[in-house]
Design a protein around this ligand. Structure first.
Ligand code: FAD
Length: 314
């Protein structure tokens, strides 16, 4: 008997009452009414896995938030950047032309999440709200902002601040339970300003325990600009993977901007990643392994980009 059948036989999977609010205010109100007995859901792909494995109890009330957007286009370009509704399917993100053109690291990240059948149900909002979704390092690199609904109504928050606050929160911090309505990615203005001698680079990596259809062990996203003299002008780094809440390595970004990218610098960046990245280890991969994998991915990408910027990759 499979896990699911076992769980049903033992009566641990019960049918909750499912609500379908049409506005963020209604969804929020339902959550206030039922408190810990109610859980927001979108595609249900992660929740279902948690119920079946016994990691979470099936709640008495499920609040389906997939119908609350009200916008005609779930992915929209606007003067200040790109807006994505939380209820946008990962399959839509993965195939969307605007995302591919403007946010290629997000395309790469969504390509590597689960399999097509799961991506047809799973949402970007659910991936972000899981706190460990593989889209997060890509969104962190793009300085994504979250459109949230909480007790005081709608508000915006930087994704990196939101994740950091959750990482540092205690069970009594009133931070959980907020509803994610959408994501906005600002125009990458600073990186647009480049002269012809400057090369932009960017990459997203996911390392799992097998080649494809695998949970992440380490994720890393890198972007920046290098000039023809091999000077790193601009650097952004984000790391995550497994059950580690992803984060930007801002201390390293600041330390290495405007630095010549030679082998001594690469070694310092490698050591810097080992120093500041604090992944969670588990039975399959230790924290030390995750640190060195992240450091290798980042330094390899920087080395390749420097070689291309200085001598066209020769
Ligand atoms: C076979 C399989 C493989 C998978 N592989 C991967 C993988 O490679 N990488 C990866 O990152 N994930 C993976 N997942 C996990 C999951 O599919 C994704 O994280 C997905 O994006 C979750 O989206 P969902 O809409 O299904 O979320 P749900 O399961 O509905 O919800 C996930 C969490 O987010 C909360 N939530 C959902 N929407 C909102 C909202 N709008 N506001 C506030 N909270 C909200 C829920 O309460 C819940 O805590 C996999 C899952 C399965 C079943």
């Amino acid at each position: 008997m499979g896990t699911n059948a076992n769980a049903r036989a033992q009566g641990t999977i019960k049918s909750p009452l499912v609500w379908h609010p049409q506005s963020a205010a209604d969804a929020w109100q339902l959550k206030q009414n039922y408190g810990a007995d109610a859980v927001y859901t979108a595609g249900g792909t992660l929740l279902r896995t948690q119920w079946e494995s016994g990691l979470a109890k099936v709640p008495a009330h499920l609040i389906d938030v997939s119908g609350i957007s009200g916008e005609e286009e779930s992915i929209r370009g606007h003067a200040a950047g790109i807006a994505i509704d939380a209820s946008t399917l990962l399959a839509v993100c993965r195939n969307h032309e605007l995302i591919a053109q403007k946010l290629p690291l997000l395309t790469e990240a969504t390509k590597q999440i689960a399999a097509p059948s799961v991506r047809q149900l799973a949402t970007i909002g659910g991936n972000i709200s899981s706190l460990v979704g593989d889209s997060l390092p890509a969104l962190l690199i793009y300085d994504a902002q979250l459109h949230l609904y909480g007790g005081a109504g709608e508000h915006w928050e930087e994704l990196s601040d939101w994740l950091a606050a959750i990482e540092q929160s205690t069970p009594s911090t009133p931070i959980s339970g907020r509803l994610l309505i959408g994501i906005s990615v600002p125009q990458p203005d600073a990186m647009e300003v480049m002269d012809s001698n400057t090369k932009r680079f960017g990459a997203y990596y996911k390392v799992g325990r097998r080649e494809a259809f695998t949970p992440s062990v380490v994720t890393a996203a890198v972007s920046g600009t290098i000039n023809a003299d091999g000077v790193l002008e601009y650097l952004k780094l984000a790391v995550g993977g497994g059950q580690t809440i992803p984060r930007r390595l801002k201390e390293l970004e600041a330390a290495f901007a405007d630095t010549e990218l030679n082998s001594a610098t690469l070694k310092r960046i490698y050591d810097g990643v080992l120093d500041v990245f604090e992944p969670k280890g588990d039975l399959f991969a230790s924290a030390e392994y995750r640190k060195s994998t992240a450091a290798n991915l980042i330094v390899t990408e920087l080395w390749k980009s420097a070689a291309e910027a200085v001598n066209g990759g020769r």
